[in-house]
Design a protein around this ligand. Structure first.
Ligand code: CP
Ligand code: NVA
Length: 303
């Protein structure tokens, strides 16, 4: 069988994604019960970071250790990748020595090229276009607090960025509706909007967009790599802040998600993360459990 990669959520079937979310919940319970589960003994993961990270690095490194394996942190600054060694050559070399590779980079084409030349599974740990690992954690968090998301409505407020694109993929796979509320010129990928037009509604006013929704999600206004646009974006995104008052207009049992890191006073109000509707820290913890489920799915042979 050919190597399975995880470059976007679409590398999973809807059934596989649902199974993975359930499995992530089981692995969480096992860890909370102190159960040792080490199916990845003698497995090594290379983690290539061309952008900063807290959650992604800690969750993958801890997750591999907990599963009995080992993770190796490779910053592009300290490898030949950062000095221009072609991705194709790096992929052939690195994948000849490890069992799985995780990459956080800018251009989505880089992870696609790496995967093409890799003999082991490649995981996208964020590109400019997608952040599928985060969606595993988000969907696990929704599921553990509210049950199935099928038939519900989520709303994305703010920048139509990598997270928003991945929310569109999640909506299609898990069958929920998605409101997207962004300033003009900050829409998500046009091809995704067209492909999933039947379940997406575009808004410009957050107060209208949150009505009838069960999940409110947002993210920073300037993503990694957009630092120079930050000031301009602050002006463009005025009015797009998520606050408890905005959430009051959503359904009464709506929850709030943010992939973190967050900027209080910009995309969220000072008090948003402390609101009882915020499940952001469960979401963050779930990066660990969901990615362990993903690693198990990609690496452990089924009997
Ligand atoms: N949410 C997320 O990916 O966080 P890090 O950038 O800290 O990895
Ligand atoms: N959209 C953000 C997510 C960070 C986890 C970024 O790409 O920087």
């Amino acid at each position: 069988m050919s190597t399975r990669h995880f470059l976007t959520l679409n590398d999973l079937t809807a059934g596989e994604l649902k199974q993975l979310i359930l499995r992530a919940g089981e692995l969480k319970q096992m860890r909370n019960a102190g159960q040792v589960y080490e199916p990845l003994q003698n497995h090594v993961m290379a983690m290539i970071f061309e952008k900063a990270s807290t959650r992604t690095r800690v969750s993958f490194e801890a997750g591999m250790a907990q599963l009995g394996g080992h993770a190796m942190f490779l910053s592009s600054r300290d490898t030949q990748l950062g000095r221009g060694e072609p991705v194709e050559d790096s992929a052939r070399v690195i994948s000849s020595m490890v069992d799985v590779v995780m990459i956080r980079t800018f251009d989505h084409a880089t992870v696609e090229t790496f995967a093409r030349y890799s003999r082991v599974p490649v995981i996208n740990a964020l590109t400019d276009d997608y952040h599928p690992c985060q969606l595993l954690a988000d969907m696990q968090a929704y599921h553990e607090h509210r049950g199935s998301i099928q038939g519900k409505t989520a709303v994305w407020i703010g920048d139509g960025n990598n997270m928003c694109n991945s929310y569109i993929n999640a909506a299609a796979l898990l069958d929920f509706r998605l409101h997207i509320c962004c300033p003009e010129g900050f829409e998500p990928m046009q091809s995704l909007l067209e492909q999933h037009a039947d379940r997406i509604q575009l808004f410009r006013d957050p107060r209208e967009a949150v009505r009838g929704t069960d999940l409110i999600a947002t993210d920073v206004w300037a993503s990694m790599g957009q630092e120079e646009e930050a000031k301009l974006r602050e002006k463009k995104f005025v009015g797009f802040q998520v606050s408890p008052e905005l959430m009051d207009l959503a359904n009464p049992d709506a929850v709030f998600l943010h992939c973190l890191p967050a900027h209080r006073g910009e995309e969220i109000s000072e008090d948003m993360l402390d609101d009882p509707r915020s499940i952001v820290f469960d979401e963050a913890e779930n990066r660990l459990h969901a990615q362990k489920a993903l690693l198990e799915f990609l690496l452990v042979k089924k009997a």
